[in-house]
Design a protein around this ligand. Structure first.
Ligand code: SF4
Ligand code: SF4
Length: 366
């Protein structure tokens, strides 16, 4: 894969939503159109994004475009697969929902060592390799959120065409991290990067550090600096951003159309902020909502969002208001049923962390 035609990939997992929680289709279509018109060619979705609405919506949108003008990536939800027949059924359904007859990039979604071994044992990897031979998958890869050890095992297990990891200036030692990026590079495997701004959470920087970054940022926002940080990695052909507003699309396209390397001062500022944040954050929740809905009504990403804000900024007015308004959706409603735990790609011990959220927020610790 070359770095061109465009480094920015459109992640179809954080589209704007209506009050009912559905994709705001007119607004999302406007964002996608803008991206198409400004040279973005890579579109990344998954079977489960937006409660399974992302694929059919994107399929409908892409129908107006020549198939050769875009590259489409989607993912096999390995946690829904118990047999080759499951994988085949889902794959066919995805082709139908996205209204295409091949995928440019197909990923086994959120693999870890245990689930990779399961997919091998079930014959799912062999089945996907047959789809590669049949030309219905152009490139086969996997997305990843587990430990570096698991990453190394999966990477070494077969000749992958690419891998997809969470990578940003905060997460250099988390998940696959920098070591994973370097290992893939050593093996000549391109690394598609997701969460370059960590679902927007890299933008929540305590004021004293924000000032420091702004002093060296020149004209750029922190989002732009974060994208430029990833763009410096030569083995990254695509940087995915799950954009929620047209403004984000416009800014990200402007940043990545000709990304300039960071200055030494900008590197130092991000390193300093990263080290402060790593020490303070409660957990690495990216607000992806894979764990939702909780059968007992807990707003899991909302609870962790307040917690992390509290840990970074202390008990400010915003934290107090959000905490008070949680009501029955707060951590106390968690029954520890454990239904959410296997769904979290970040492997967060959700009920355990929810108890910590309650303890710290209700006591006003820190
Ligand atoms: S463990 Fe708690 S938060 Fe998770 S699904 Fe069960 S009740 Fe909801
Ligand atoms: S707890 Fe995990 S699954 Fe739920 S929103 Fe956060 S990162 Fe996503």
């Amino acid at each position: 894969m070359s770095r061109k035609p465009f480094l920015l990939g459109f992640g179809a997992m954080r589209f704007p939503q209506t009050e009912e929680g559905k994709i705001d289709r007119p607004l999302a279509a406007e964002m996608l159109r803008y991206a198409m018109e400004h040279g973005v060619t890579y579109y990344d979705t998954a079977y489960t994004y937006h409660a399974r609405e992302s694929e059919p919506f994107l399929g409908e949108f892409l129908q107006d475009y020549d198939r050769a003008s875009f590259q489409l990536a989607t993912k096999l939800p390995q946690w829904l697969v118990e047999s080759v027949d499951d994988a085949r059924r889902i794959f066919e359904e995805q082709l139908e929902r996205l209204k295409v007859d091949y995928f440019d990039y197909y990923l086994v979604h959120s693999l870890r060592k245990k689930t990779y071994v399961k997919m091998v044992d079930l014959g799912v990897i062999t089945y996907l390799e047959k789809e590669v031979q049949a030309g219905r998958i152009k490139k086969l890869g996997f997305s990843f959120h587990s430990s570096f050890e698991d990453f190394r095992y999966i990477l070494h297990s077969r000749a992958w065409d690419f891998c997809q990891i969470q990578y940003n200036w905060l997460d250099i030692e988390e998940q696959a991290g920098r070591a994973g990026y370097e290992l893939a590079t050593e093996h000549g495997i391109p690394v598609i990067v997701m969460e370059p701004i960590k679902g927007g959470s890299l933008l929540s920087i305590p004021p004293h550090l924000k000032e420091q970054v702004e002093q060296v940022a020149e004209e750029d926002s922190i989002a732009a600096l974060s994208l430029r940080w990833v763009a410096e990695h030569r083995n990254v052909p695509v940087i995915l951003s799950g954009m929620s507003t047209l403004e984000q699309v416009v800014e990200n396209i402007a940043t990545l159309s000709d990304p300039q390397p960071l200055t030494d001062e900008q590197h130092s500022a991000l390193e300093e902020v990263g080290s402060y944040m790593r020490n303070r954050l409660g957990n690495g929740c990216t607000s992806c909502s894979y764990c939702m809905p909780c059968p007992f009504g807990v707003d899991i990403p909302g609870s962790f969002g307040i917690w992390n804000t509290f840990r970074l900024f202390g008990r400010n007015e915003q934290v107090s208001k959000r905490w008070e308004s949680m009501g029955d959706t707060g951590p106390l409603s968690c029954t520890r049923c454990m239904a959410c735990v296997p769904l979290c790609p970040q492997e967060i011990p959700i009920p355990f962390d929810l108890a910590r959220v309650h303890e710290e927020l209700s006591q006003g610790a820190l």
